[in-house]
Design a protein around this ligand. Structure first.
Ligand code: 5GP
Length: 189
């Protein structure tokens, strides 16, 4: 998606540890006209899929998922990062290792909001090693819902998440795939 790539080149900042900061338009301050275009693009790419629900993970996925959902006219449900898991059987639970915070979270989703009749599109801001996405895919599997695919805004193609997820046979659409990045240069696939 050309508009997004241009914006990353203009305003993205590469930090040590292979972290790309996009706080001025995606992760902290949010550029709504740009995210509208992102939502439209996801709608185009998954136009043939019978999506009934969009699934994301808190926090940065939520805003993007909500704007995208307006183009699909379906609800958004977001997995929550929990301090402790109450194993009362009412929640789907999984574990996710955070790329940016280097710790493992329990992630939970109420069983009320995902069921075997659902056709799910997962939306997230970044794909790096794939832990967040694998956690969400695990939740979809546990629910018995059909996974239609995953839409990612920025994939860091030099990390292994994209390959792992595609090798699993998941339909993965990333709007910008970064091939390499240093503090002075950034290239796209
Ligand atoms: P993964 O689980 O694929 O390793 O990492 C994905 C998650 O980590 C995303 O949900 C995102 O919040 C965060 N993340 C990974 N890489 C980056 C990055 O370069 N920049 C930012 N801002 N977040 C990242």
């Amino acid at each position: 998606m050309q508009l997004l790539k241009e914006r990353i080149l203009k305003d993205g900042v590469v930090k040590p540890g292979n972290v790309l900061k996009v706080d001025s338009f995606l992760n902290h301050q949010m550029d709504i006209p740009l995210i509208n275009e992102i939502g439209k693009e996801f709608r185009c790419r998954f136009a043939d899929a019978p999506i009934t629900k969009i699934l994301t993970i808190e926090a940065s996925g939520i805003g993007i998922a909500c704007i995208t959902a307006q183009y699909f006219q379906v609800p958004v449900v977001f997995a929550k990062k929990a301090q402790s898991v109450n194993l009362d059987g009412e929640m789907y639970t999984t574990k996710v290792e955070s790329f940016t915070h280097k710790r493992v979270y329990d992630v939970i989703l109420s069983k009320k909001y995902l069921s075997p009749e659902d056709h799910v599109l997962i939306i997230d801001d970044f794909l790096a090693n794939g832990c967040a996405l694998m956690g969400l895919i695990d939740i979809v599997k546990k629910s018995g819902a059909t996974l239609e695919g995953a839409g990612i805004v920025i994939e860091k193609g030099f990390q292994q998440g994209g390959k792992t997820i595609r090798d699993m046979g998941v339909r993965l659409e990333s709007l910008a795939i970064i091939d390499s990045m240093t503090d002075t240069s950034l290239t796209f696939r």
